[in-house]
Design a protein around this ligand. Sequence first.
Ligand SMILES: Cc1cc2nc3c(=O)[nH]c(=O)nc-3n(C[C@H](O)[C@H](O)[C@H](O)COP(=O)(O)OP(=O)(O)OC[C@H]3O[C@@H](n4cnc5c(N)ncnc54)[C@H](O)[C@@H]3O)c2cc1C
Length: 529
Amino acid sequence: MVVFKLILQPMQEVSFQCSPEEAKDENVLKDFIIEKLKLSTEVKIDFRWKKRSIDARKKAIKINCVFEVEINGALQKNKIEFEIKSVQDSEPVHIIGAGPAGLFAALRALELNLKPIIFERGKDVRSRRRDLALLNKEGILNPESNYCFGEGGAGTYSDGKLYTRSKKRGDVEKVLKLLVYFGAKNDILVDAHPHVGTNKLPQIITAIREKIIACGGEIHFEKKLTDLHLEGNLIKNIEINKSEKYPVKFLILATGHSARDIFELLHRKKIEIQAKPFALGVRVEHTQDLIDQLQYHGRLNDEYLPPASYSLVTQVEDRGVYSFCMCPGGIIAPCATESNEVVTNGWSPSKRNNPYSNSGIVVSVFPEDFMGKEKDPFVCLDFQKEIEQKCWELAGKNQKVPAQRLLDFVNGKKSIDFPRSSYHPGIESIEMDEIFPKFIVERLRKAFIDFEKKMPGFLTNDAVIHAPESRTSSPISIPRRRETMQHIRITNLYPCAEGAGYAGGIVSAAIDGMNCIDSLSSNLICIKV
Ligand SMILES: Cc1cc2nc3c(=O)[nH]c(=O)nc-3n(C[C@H](O)[C@H](O)[C@H](O)COP(=O)(O)OP(=O)(O)OC[C@H]3O[C@@H](n4cnc5c(N)ncnc54)[C@H](O)[C@@H]3O)c2cc1C
């Protein structure tokens, strides 16, 4: 049996505010701690960061610091350990998808003495990288291996932002600690807005895979779920790659929001799915220098501050318009999964040191927006597809995307030239009004005007919007029972994480994966009893 445990020692906690410069100086920090604890300067202390966040609301930027302190002694190292016992001969649990949800479900299965068997349609992280290079350089898309499909899922080549608003859903701390165990920096346990970076994520994902295999679990790449064989309310067999058949007792379906063929398969098999609200819009790119200047009150290229980020939200005509997946020092990536569409998203390396900053700016979309069709489970997905395909056609039927300068967009003008864009496959000047229906484009326009009030300088013609930002969350949900996490009718099916509509982002997907295994395990005990 595998046990996850953290060895800790009691210690004192101290919190205070200081300047960014002071926060980088160990001696100054020590003085602050001694003063705060009212200690004599003779006393020996050992200290380490517990939490760190930036307060940039006022011109005098402050760092909120929380430290763990040991007086007259040394802090014991925080160690996260796995005690491994093989699950080789344990009860198997089949998992479809090796994204954060599938991988963390597998880790949790190991802890509960279950044998995870993962089938993943894409390739392992290393082979996947070659397909991404081809996509970026030559605009050639592999529909089975891209930014969304492959080992580590959609999050592998991302910014690796690890904050989540859904703290109630489960153990965020555990996900972060496991990531540290598998190679992420300790900083992710400290920073209020932790992130890992595209260059670091593949090694972490590889380490997770190696651990799963070492413990007796299995991961199979280039193995796509293509059919399900049902008997009554149970899935009896799964079909992989249209040829192999495997009997299953439990099936965790963690296929993400881009596996459209899975939604079609479920529908064909009369397994209930539902249309779900999602959000869609554009990805805006500024220079990072400008965002730093705006957020840090003119402080530029500051060695004491990380590249600045922003989070913007407004209501336009009773509907949310908001920034999504903001990537400081990032690159806009081609994230389509089929060759007749284009999709944008963003990534950043761990240092976030690219000269660009990008973010999705998206408008909420509801099934009710499509009058008369709101009961059709595919209504939102069809809309998402239509926009992505339209962008592909308008920009030249390759991986180039439609683009418009931000102020030109707000003023309803076609752009005649562009500053450099980080989007490798290239951009074409297309007016956003040609792409989006009025209810989207007019709200986007008003939102940008409002964002200028919130962040003066944001609305500039040096910024460029790229379209579309469309894979924000799943446009379909797979309904499950609240208490047991089983599908509402198919009792051995566990619809999991983002693709099923129960997560949004790496951490919440990982948590949902672990929660599904917990539920499955208690259901298993009930069956045995
Ligand atoms: C470029 C980019 C940047 C992002 N940046 C961030 C970020 O900074 N922070 C953050 O929190 N989130 C980010 N996200 C979103 C995040 O990646 C997702 O929310 C998260 O990965 C969802 O996890 P999941 O396991 O539910 O699904 P996914 O990660 O989508 O994983 C699903 C897996 O299932 C596989 N699969 C699909 N169909 C089948 C099938 N039929 N058979 C077998 N396997 C199948 C897929 O290949 C995929 O590997 C980003 C996404 C992208 C694309």
